[in-house]
Design a protein around this ligand. Structure first.
Ligand code: UDP
Ligand code: MG
Length: 334
């Protein structure tokens, strides 16, 4: 685990902000200026010293240039530039690692789907003593029927197999965490990062604040159904080993069925002298068993692959450049 305190330390002369806002950005050139303006206006209304940590996740457009310009204009902007695209979950982790906040951090998307204007409500709930305040969507504007139903099915499934850890419904990564909750989260260094699961795993008193999720302000969503499917797999496999038990019970069930079928064949042969069962039934059974075996092998493979990835113990991400907030532009490239 990297020394996160050392990573996050801003220039010595600047006091650490109370709040950090962490924003992963991948090809967000179209919305960043609007986002920052709205964020700054909202954060200034809260009345605590704050910074915003933008993580450029290997964007191929002008996102980095926009962020450098923002930082030149506003000393409260910190910038973490990753060496390539690592994916949102890891970009988010990089931002959290570099958050200098002493009191709390807020995680928010750059695309204005999560309105920055909700942040004061998160802060208010945190002031009441909740360590984790997550924003819960009460409406999903601009998202199709299929995305809504698949998301709902996923949450239901996770609820059933999640066991002790409860995954709050209709929440994304948009949330506030107290410093101690953040420190707990940062101790989880696994490579397969299902952030919603990790957020839930740390526990602490938490509360929901409802808000309306808007359609993207500009640019395009980086998600598609294949990625959502993979995210669900990630969620299930890093959350629970229940699928492994499926293999056990499937095996058990097929054994019982096979035994009954065998008995039936014996009885038929002895009583009625019917010697040979037909080719179609044989074929069906062989294919069925083959399918079940391949599927359970696949499930085991999913877990094995993740074990393989974790054992390599690579760092989660590589930072190309870290410009902390509060120091004069270009003064201390770290
Ligand atoms: N994002 C990122 N790296 C990626 C993909 C996305 O940092 O590889 C950021 C993106 O810039 C945005 C947030 O993660 O701030 C959410 O992405 P997106 O809007 O594409 O996801 P959706 O809202 O559709 O779930
Ligand atoms: Mg989005």
């Amino acid at each position: 685990m990297p020394d996160t305190a050392a990573l996050a330390a801003p220039a010595a002369e600047t006091p650490r902000p109370a709040l950090s806002v962490v924003v992963p950005a991948y090809n967000e050139e179209a919305v960043l200026d609007a986002f920052h303006a709205r964020l700054a206006a909202t954060m200034d209304g809260i009345g605590l010293p704050w910074e915003v940590v933008y993580v450029n996740d290997g964007s191929s457009d002008a996102t980095l240039a926009r962020l450098l310009a923002l930082r030149a204009a506003d000393p409260r902007v910190a910038l973490v530039n990753l060496s390539r695209n690592f994916g949102k979950e890891i970009a988010l982790t990089a931002g959290l690692d570099h958050a200098a906040a002493t009191e709390a951090v807020v995680v928010i998307d750059a695309d204005l789907q999560d309105p920055p204007e909700v942040i004061p409500e998160l802060v208010a709930a945190w002031r009441e003593g909740f360590d984790v305040v997550y924003a819960q969507r009460s409406a999903r504007h601009g998202e199709g029927w299929l995305k809504r139903t698949t998301a709902a099915a996923f949450y239901r499934l996770m609820q059933r197999i999640g066991g002790r850890v409860e995954l709050p419904k209709d929440t994304g990564d948009f949330r506030l965490m107290s410093r101690r909750a953040l420190d707990a989260l940062l101790r989880l260094r696994e490579h397969h990062r299902f952030m919603k699961g990790l957020f839930a795993w740390i526990g602490f008193p938490s509360r929901a604040v409802r808000y309306e999720r808007h359609p993207r302000a500009a640019g395009t969503s980086k998600w598609n159904y294949w990625r959502l499917w993979n995210l669900s797999l990630e969620g299930i496999t890093s959350f629970t080993v229940a699928p492994l038990k499926v293999a056990t019970y499937l095996g058990l069930a097929t054994s019982v069925v096979a035994l009954l079928y065998g008995l039936q064949v014996v009885v038929k042969t002895v009583l009625f002298g019917n010697p040979v069962a037909g080719y179609p039934s044989l074929m069906t059974v062989v294919l069925f068993l083959g399918g079940v075996q391949l599927m359970t092998l696949g499930i085991i493979g999913e877990y094995l692959g993740r074990v393989f990835n974790e054992t390599k113990q690579r760092p989660l991400y590589i930072v190309e450049r870290h410009l902390p907030s509060g120091s004069p532009p270009g003064a201390r490239p770290a």
